[in-house]
Design a protein around this ligand. Structure first.
Ligand code: ADP
Ligand code: MG
Length: 350
């Protein structure tokens, strides 16, 4: 119990400095930036254009609005109300209904790897901020809790916008919330005539428009391998326009006990942290919600199943980093992805 270590903030600092690198060249029309803490993470929004300052403000308010609705730790949120429904039918608004439906769909498409009903399990491990501390959850207890984590038990009724699930069940949008709000923020940027913008919501990046010189933004992807992670090294970068770039990895939040590292992305098949030889998965997609859901889902699935998933859809491109230091990249990124020096790319094709 003594050698516990926790970690959360380092990644954020590194991503911060990376974004600096990328946006350093955007002089010209004035850019406004705004940094704040929300959804349990550090956030920074940068907006260029006449109304940049007001738009930055509107983005922060939008993120706070969505957080208040979907936070599991805020007892007044709509999600907390749903989680307290105790098996009774619960009315939700269109927005929460949409997030639920989309998340369940990504869950199905990933063979259950993305599972929004893992909240009781996250709590048991101590990964929820409402929990009292980290703890290695023993096998029998995991199996017992997993009985409450069956998404097929969640009934959505689109006619009257109601939701019913069994007593004891609880949903949590930790894996998709920042992605969802990325999409609503992108709408605000468009509706208010922003020229260009960069959003950094924790590990979720969204790049709108192009740089001043008309070229696409280059978003750096952190190298998650142990030594490299210490010095802010990157595994590569991807050039994008109007796209979300979302990375999930075990290095984002973990604790150590008895020399073993336990991280926050849980495998619904075992109830324990997903261990499948991956260090990180990055998803590039027009949809922030999809990118976020898939970054978590494909991390759980591992490389092989993830490749199979990618082959059967056309809405997302993927970059995988394995614990052997291998880089796998889907061929839709042929023109957009650049690997760091010395790293070889294994191209994934259909
Ligand atoms: P982060 O929020 O750190 O950027 P992710 O998007 O990968 O990372 O989401 C991880 C969070 O999602 C966890 O902290 C937990 O709340 C929740 N979670 C963990 N495992 C799963 C899973 N298999 N399916 C859905 N949600 C999960
Ligand atoms: Mg995610």
């Amino acid at each position: 119990m003594k050698d516990r270590k926790t970690f959360h903030g380092r990644t954020v600092l590194m991503i911060l400095s990376l974004l600096f690198l990328m946006t350093g060249c955007s002089s010209g029309t004035t850019g406004y930036s705004h940094s704040f803490f929300a959804m349990d993470t550090y956030m920074k929004v940068e907006v260029w254009g006449e109304d940049g300052e007001e738009i930055c403000q509107a983005l922060e308010e939008e993120i706070e609005r969505v957080e208040q609705k979907i936070s599991v730790t805020d007892p007044d949120s709509d999600v907390s109300r749903l989680n307290a429904s105790q098996g009774e039918k619960c009315s939700v608004d269109d927005e929460l209904f949409y997030i639920l439906r989309e998340s369940l769909e990504i869950g199905q498409a990933t063979g259950g790897a993305l599972n929004i009903s893992l909240y009781p399990l996250s709590q048991a491990w101590g990964f929820s901020s409402s929990a009292s501390g980290y703890r290695v959850v023993p096998e029998d207890e995991r199996q017992e809790i997993l009985k409450l984590c069956d998404c097929s038990q969640i009934q959505l009724n689109s006619e009257d916008r109601t939701v019913v699930f069994p007593q004891g069940m609880a949903v949590d949008f930790g894996a998709v919330g920042k992605g969802y709000v990325t999409d609503t923020c992108a709408n605000i940027l468009r509706d208010n005539g922003a020229e260009r913008a960069l959003l950094q919501l924790g590990g979720n990046i969204y790049a709108m428009g192009t740089k001043e010189n008309g070229k696409e933004w280059r978003v750096a992807i952190q190298d998650p391998s142990a030594e490299a992670g210490q010095n802010g090294a990157v595994l590569g970068s991807v050039s994008v326009k109007d796209k979300a770039v979302v990375t999930s990895g075990p290095y984002q939040r973990y604790f150590e006990e008895g020399g073993i590292r336990y991280h926050h992305i849980l495998d619904p098949a075992t109830g324990a942290p997903a261990e499948n030889g991956l260090l990180s998965v990055t998803i590039i997609s027009e949809s922030g919600l999809l990118a976020d859901g898939l970054s978590t889902g494909l991390f759980v699935m591992g490389l092989e199943k993830g490749i199979e998933y990618w082959k059967n859809q056309n809405q997302a491109e993927v970059v995988w980093m394995t614990d052997q230091g291998e880089l796998w990249v889907t061929e839709g990124l042929k023109d957009a992805f650049q690997a760091a020096e010395g790293l070889q790319i294994n191209w994934v094709s259909r």
